[in-house]
Design a protein around this ligand. Sequence first.
Ligand code: ADP
Ligand code: MG
Ligand code: MG
Length: 205
Amino acid sequence: TEMLTGATVRKWIEKTAAVMAENRTYLTELDKAIGDADHGNNMDRGFKAVVEKLPEGDDIGALLKAVSMALISKVGGAAGPLYGTMFLQGSKPLMGKSEISFEELAQFFEDAVAGVKMRGKAEAGEKTMLDALVPAAEAFRKAGDLDAGLKAAVEAAEQGMKDTIPMIAKKGRASYLGERSRDHQDPGATSSYMIVKALEDAVSE
Ligand code: ADP
Ligand code: MG
Ligand code: MG
């Protein structure tokens, strides 16, 4: 694949919504262990609203900005504003573009990560979604092209998600548990892995 098209980005968003619906119970179970048992419901409700609000056309920036707006308005709690900021920051350089290159997607991932870090005042290693997103963005850039990059990003996100299991949470509700947050996989890192995987699936179809 040379360029990512608006149609593929739309497919990514729709796939993400389907994956969140399928995994609603799973994500909520993960959040039950170290949070308040709503992450799956939050993501499913949020992405259902996203799909309803998705604009016509193939302006990639506009599509991603619409994702952001729907998540911010529909999802309470931590994940809505965090994913909302992620998609908003990532969308900005892509406004008006109907296809984007490897370089632009690498920049998207980096801007998305920067948005989450800024909004959450967090870094990788604190048992959050950043533990999947940061390695994914790095692996994508390092791979050097779109197809290899997405494959590497999915692998890195999956590893990052698993790496949250032994971590002690430093941010969000799970941090209230201290040591007792150990030995559980972070729900947000898990939904982040799913979002990256949905992009690879959309591109490789
Ligand atoms: P809430 O905790 O408000 O119920 P969710 O359950 O939807 O929200 O989302 C929880 C997830 O949000 C966590 O698993 C974690 O990955 C992520 N998260 C929480 N706080 C932060 C933060 N400050 N920075 C980055 N991610 C965070
Ligand atoms: Mg929760
Ligand atoms: Mg909550």
